[in-house]
Design a protein around this ligand. Structure first.
Ligand SMILES: [Zn+2]
Ligand SMILES: [Zn+2]
Length: 471
C-alpha cells in the first residue's frame, strides 16, 4: 500500500505481483492438494462400448465410440473390470420389464430426475452404456477434481458419495442424494457414435465399455496391486452391499459369537457370509436353492446350509432350531424356541434374494417374486435381532402385524448394505489383499469385452455365481 498517497509505480506493482505469485507458489508447494489439477484425455479418442437402445433382445451392441472432451468434476477411467450385475440384466438383454409395485405418479415434483415410466421410455431411446460399477485406472480428470489423480486405480462405485448432501452429512452415504440424479435430463453426453448419435453413461458410470466417464462423486481411489477380476468383484455393487451390511456397522452390528442367517447366496449373499465371518459370527446359516451355491457358501464361511425347497414351510422353524443356544434354561442365559415374542432365531439376518428376471437353468427358488423369502427372513430373525434387506423383490408383502409391531425385530433397509463408499471400499480391497475375502469363488466366469453378452446370459441362467467383464 502506498502510504504517501502517490500513485503506485509500475515497477512497484510488478514487484507486488511477483511477491504475490511467489507466496501463492509457496502455499501451493505446502498444500498442493488445495489446488486444481487438470488433465484432459485426448478428445477424439476411440474406444469400444456396448450401446443399449430400443427394446427387446438385441438392443445392446458393441460399437466404436469417440470420446468427448471432459471438464469440471469429470473423470475418465480405463476399465479394468466390471461385474455383470443381475439387476442390470433386464436393460442389457432386453428382458421383459420388472414390476416392482404400483406405478409411480408422473406428476411428482421431481419427476424430471426420478425414473418415472416416461423417464424409462426416454432412457430406452437414448444411446446408453449400461453397467453400474467397475474398476480401472484414471486416464484424465477435469480441473475441479480433487479425490483422484491420473494413474490412480479407482472403483467407480455403484453408489456415489458427495460428502455434502443431507444424507452424507448424517452418516448415510449409501443414500447420497446424487443417487436421484440419474434421470434422462441428468445424464451428459460423454461420447459419440460413428453416425454422430450422442452416447450417455448409465448412472454416470457406464461400466460396459473400455472407458468409463464419471463424476468425482462416484470415484473411490485405492492403492493395491490386486488382479483386475478379483478387484472388480470385491468393488462390485453386490460385494459392497454384502460386506457393507455385515462389516460397516452403519445399519447394525454383527457381534462376535452371534448367529447370522443369510437368505440367498448370490454374489451379495456370499459376500455377506464372508463379512459375517470377518466380523466374528460363530454360526452362519446359508439358505439357497442352488446346490452349487450352497457348496460355495460352505467354502467361504457358512457353518450350515439349508435348501428352502427341501425345508419348505419348516424353514423358519429349522433356522430357529439351529439358532438355539446357549440352552433353554432361562435362569442361565437360555431361551426357548417358540412363539412370536419370545424364543430363538438368528441374531442377524441378511436377505439377498430378489425377483427372478428369467427362469433359472439351475434350481429355482420357492417364489420367483422374492416375496416369500423376504417374509421368511423377517420371521427367522430373533426377537431383539436385526434384519437387513438388500434385494429387489417384485410386489408387496405382508407380515403378522403383531410381530411387526412388538416382535422386537429391527429392520434396516439401505443401499449398498449401508456402506460408506470412500471409507469402506478401500477397507474391502484390504480384505481382498489380506486373503480375508475370497473373490475368485464368486467370480466364476470372467469374459473379455467381446463376450459380455455371453457372460450376462450365464448370470441370468444362474449357471455362474456372477460374471466379470475385463476391459
Ligand atoms: Zn448392481
Ligand atoms: Zn451425498
Amino acid at each position: 500500500m502506498d502510504t504517501k498517497g502517490a500513485k503506485p509505480s509500475r515497477r512497484g506493482l510488478l514487484k507486488k505481483s511477483i511477491a504475490a505469485a511467489a507466496s501463492g507458489a509457496a502455499i501451493a508447494a505446502q498444500s498442493g492438494v488445495l489446488f486444481a489439477q487438470a488433465r484432459n484425455a485426448a478428445p477424439g479418442r476411440k474406444f469400444r462400448g456396448w450401446i443399449s437402445r430400443g427394446t427387446g433382445p438385441g438392443r445392446t451392441t458393441l460399437q466404436e465410440l469417440t470420446l468427448r472432451p471432459i471438464g469440471g468434476r469429470q473423470v475418465v477411467v480405463r476399465t479394468e473390470a466390471t461385474n455383470l450385475c443381475y439387476s442390470n440384466a433386464t436393460d442389457v438383454l432386453g428382458l421383459p420389464p420388472m414390476n416392482f409395485g404400483p406405478p409411480r405418479e408422473a406428476n411428482q415434483a421431481n419427476a424430471q430426475t426420478r425414473p418415472v415410466p416416461s423417464a424409462f421410455a426416454a432412457l430406452a431411446n437414448m444411446a446408453l452404456i449400461q453397467g453400474h460399477g467397475g474398476v480401472g485406472v484414471v486416464e484424465a480428470v477435469g480441473p475441479e477434481v480433487r479425490r483422484v489423480q491420473v494413474g490412480d486405480r479407482v472403483c467407480v462405485s455403484g453408489t456415489p458419495q458427495c460428502g455434502s448432501c443431507y444424507q452424507c452429512l448424517r452418516g448415510r452415504a449409501d443414500m447420497c442424494q446424487f443417487l436421484n440424479r440419474q434421470g434422462p435430463n441428468d445424464l451428459v453426453p460423454i461420447a459419440d457414435m460413428r453416425d454422430g448419435t450422442p452416447v450417455y453413461a448409465n448412472s454416470h458410470i457406464g461400466g460396459l465399455a473400455e472407458l468409463m466417464v464419471t463424476f468425482e462423486e462416484w470415484a473411490v481411489p485405492f492403492f493395491t496391486k490386486a488382479a483386475a477380476a478379483p478387484l472388480g468383484m470385491v468393488c462390485s455393487c453386490v460385494s459392497v452391499a454384502g460386506l457393507g451390511c455385515t462389516t460397516s456397522q452403519v445399519l447394525a452390528l454383527v457381534e462376535p459369537g452371534s448367529t447370522v442367517a443369510v437368505v440367498g447366496c448370490g454374489p451379495l449373499g456370499l459376500s455377506a457370509i464372508q463379512g459375517a465371518r470377518i466380523s466374528g459370527a460363530s454360526k452362519i446359516i446359508a439358505i439357497e436353492p442352488i446346490r452349487v451355491r450352497r457348496e460355495v457358501a460352505l467354502k467361504v464361511g457358512a457353518t450350515h446350509v439349508l435348501d428352502p425347497n427341501v425345508e419348505a414351510d419348516k424353514l423358519v422353524d429349522k433356522v430357529r432350531e439351529l439358532s438355539n443356544g446357549p440352552g433353554t434354561r432361562l435362569w442361565a442365559g437360555g431361551r426357548d424356541s417358540g412363539g412370536i415374542l419370545a424364543g430363538s432365531g438368528a441374531d442377524f439376518v441378511v436377505e439377498g434374494v430378489g425377483a427372478d428376471r428369467a427362469k433359472p437353468k439351475l434350481e429355482s427358488g420357492p417364489d420367483p417374486t422374492g416375496i416369500l423369502p423376504m417374509r421368511q427372513a423377517y420371521e427367522m430373525c430373533a426377537p431383539g435381532g436385526h434384519i437387513i434387506t438388500t434385494s429387489l423383490p417384485a410386489g408387496t408383502f405382508s407380515l403378522p402385524a403383531v410381530m411387526f409391531a412388538i416382535g422386537g425385530r429391527t429392520h434396516h433397509a439401505g443401499q449398498a448394505g449401508g456402506a460408506n463408499p470412500m471409507r469402506d471400499i478401500p477397507r474391502f480391497v484390504e480384505m481382498l489383499d489380506r486373503g480375508q475375502y475370497d473373490a475368485n469363488s464368486l467370480a466364476t466366469s470372467v469374459v473379455p469385452i467381446e463376450r459380455m453378452l455371453e457372460g450376462y446370459q450365464e448370470v441370468v441362467d444362474r449357471t455362474t455365481v456372477t460374471a466379470i467383464m475385463t476391459g
